[in-house]
Design a protein around this ligand. Structure first.
Ligand code: ATP
Ligand code: MG
Length: 581
């Protein structure tokens, strides 16, 4: 989409106004780590805007993150800016390399590139520490030695102001001494915290002297045991943004009440000469909420840990690794993000909107193939045994330039079980004794009957074919039939497992009325032994196809082997849930 056609949104309006006003025109590089390490200190930052995607490496990315990724990287692309991938790894406890790797993969898979702008917040620990000393020296921070309970009790409520800590008036020298001893490891976890000194009576509780450093004797995945005090997220994040010359720091609405602290902190640090101006601005937008999924890290972890799903990349999970295995496309995610846009008010998007974006992309790009998912034998009694021939099937009906492919035809075929009945209901045009149908891209056949086992189940259907009815041959269109069914030659077919995935939850808002685990859809996956068109045997992992009449499928990237792919259904051809509701 060209820039001018992009739907406007309130964030683009802010960026447009900032650019018109030249608000970020003269940003210089400080001597900070991160970007400045690759840039000349003091040089002008030439990127028009800088945004960032700052995941905490404590879980796998999900569909909500995809919205944020497409928003931040999309703005940078559209405005000639840069978007940083920054691991917000200031909390030593829950972070792991496994998550870092998966996040890198997921952002790349979505089609975005951070170029050289990949950073770790933990590389700024020394800077954050030095800035804290500066705040202490200026009387903007103090060491509090109240217990956690006392601090909580003295914080006040929405209607009552907080009470100043008895330690609030320690001198800068006392504070500096204590803070340095906290850093040196002299105290136990929780013995002291460093707090910003703002206003215990503020109407915004976040400004009632928030904690900015705590003691936590824990090993960090990047800095090891170098530190035993760690900055709080609300302190670290604005500093990370400022050190990286971020212009627009976009986050979800729950941080709105933190914005005054964001501005207070950076205002102080700029006044003390710690960070450059112009300062980044925080902008909040409504997070993505989708029906039929859960997007909370805690719930996703629970689904994986308690084995309700097969792992983080289970194709039913709304993680990006799961989506990729499921066969969803990155382009479909980008389209979805573009379509839903960004707003300031929370809303719930119907999952079918997401599926429709995926369907659109898959319809445009996926070659067509034939698959029989519930196979029943069809015997053409008047077709000579041992004979075979080729029929031609188009690779994409709307894209004739993709050509046709040969599919073998022989005496015994597989058809869908539902394409035959002994006694047809009204309006049924497929196979039943005495009726004629076209075997798509092949011949017209007339049904003569069926074989049954002892229990009365149909085990084979019989028919005769019309030798002059082959699709594409002169005169073949004189056969007028209402039914058109698909098939594969039994002798040539590739027998493979196909997983029919469906929604993981049976209700639009899992957990709204009962424990979300009780809302799990018991039929969210069904594995069938299918009979596939022979060429599908050569599908490479992640090749996507439309199986005619069935939907869009992908060769599973984990379980497929060369010459032995297994397939996952990404999405059906139509929204089957719209009817069900
Ligand atoms: P946590 O509770 O662990 O902080 P989180 O979902 O906020 O979980 P982060 O790793 O902090 O995870 O998120 C990285 C970025 O993705 C943040 O900027 C966050 O605002 C954004 N994000 C997270 N969930 C959504 C969502 N549902 N919609 C849009 N953006 C989201
Ligand atoms: Mg977060």
């Amino acid at each position: 989409m060209a820039d001018a056609e992009k739907p406007s949104n309130f964030i683009r309006n802010i960026v447009n106004a900032d650019l018109a006003a030249g608000r970020y025109a003269s940003r210089h590089w400080s001597g900070a780590p991160g970007p400045a390490a690759q840039q000349k200190v003091g040089a002008v930052d030439t990127a028009k805007i800088r945004t960032r995607f700052p995941p905490e490496p404590n879980g796998y990315l999900h569909f909500g993150h995809a919205k944020s990724i497409c928003l931040n990287f999309g703005l940078a692309r559209d405005y000639g800016g840069a978007c940083h991938l920054r691991f917000d790894d200031t909390n030593p406890e829950k972070e792991e390399q496994e998550y870092v790797d998966s996040i890198v993969d997921a952002v790349k898979w979505l089609g975005w590139d951070w170029n050289q702008d990949l950073y770790y917040a933990s590389n700024y620990f020394q800077w954050m520490y030095d800035f804290a000393e500066t705040l202490i020296r200026h009387g903007d921070a103090y060491v509090d030695s109240q217990s956690a309970e006392e601090m909580r009790a003295n914080r006040g409520t929405l209607t009552e102001p907080g009470k100043p800590s008895p330690f609030r008036d320690r001198t800068p020298d006392e504070n500096l001494d204590l803070f340095r001893r906290m850093k040196a490891g002299e105290f136990a976890d929780g013995a002291h915290v460093l707090r910003a000194k703002i206003d215990m009576a503020s109407g915004n509780i976040n400004l009632r002297d928030p904690a900015i450093y705590r003691i936590r004797k824990a090993t960090h995945h990047n800095t090891g045991d170098a530190w035993c005090i760690y900055p709080m997220y609300t302190y670290a994040h604005p500093i990370e943004d400022a050190l990286e010359n971020i212009t627009h720091s976009i986050c979800t609405l729950e941080f709105e009440d933190q914005r005054p602290f964001y501005d207070w902190l950076l205002g102080k640090l700029a006044a003390h000469g710690c960070v450059n101006t112009p300062l980044p601005q925080q902008i909040e937008f409504a997070r993505l909420n989708l029906t039929y999924v859960v997007l909370s890290k805690r719930k996703l972890i629970q689904l994986v840990d308690e084995k309700h799903v097969a792992g983080w990349d289970d194709p039913r999970l709304p993680t990006l690794v799961g989506a990729r295995r499921r066969g969803y496309t990155a382009e479909g995610f980008r389209r979805f993000a573009e379509m839903i846009g960004v707003t300031k008010s929370d809303s719930l998007i119907d999952y079918s909107v997401f599926e429709e974006c995926q369907r659109e992309v898959l319809n445009e790009t996926a070659p067509r193939r034939i698959a029989v998912l519930d196979p029943l034998k069809l015997v053409i009694d008047n077709y000579p045994e041992g004979q075979e021939e080729l029929c031609e099937a188009p690779n994409h009906p709307q894209q004739p330039e993709l050509g046709k492919r040969p599919v073998p035809f022989a005496r015994e075929l597989w058809i869908e079980r539902e394409d035959f009945v002994e006694v047809p209901p009204k309006g049924y045009f497929r196979l039943f004794p005495g009726n004629k149908v076209r075997l798509r891209y092949g011949f017209v056949v007339e049904c003569t009957g069926c074989d049954k086992d002892a229990a009365g189940n149909v085990v084979a259907v019989h028919c005769n074919y019309f030798a002059d009815s082959k699709s594409g041959t002169p005169g073949s269109d004189t056969y007028k039939v209402k039914g058109n069914i698909h098939w594969v030659s039994a002798r040539h077919a590739y027998a493979a497992d196909v997983r029919l995935y469906d929604r993981l939850f049976a209700v639009p808002q899992p957990g709204a009325e009962q424990d979300f685990l009780d809302d799990i859809n018991p039929d969210s996956v069904k594995t069938v032994s299918a009979q596939l068109e022979p060429s599908l045997k050569d599908a490479a992992a992640e090749d996507r196809f439309q199986f005619e009449r069935h939907g869009y499928f992908v060769a599973d990237r984990v379980e497929s082997r060369p010459g032995a792919p297994v397939f996952n259904r990404a999405v059906t051809l139509k929204d089957s849930w719209a009817k069900a509701k």
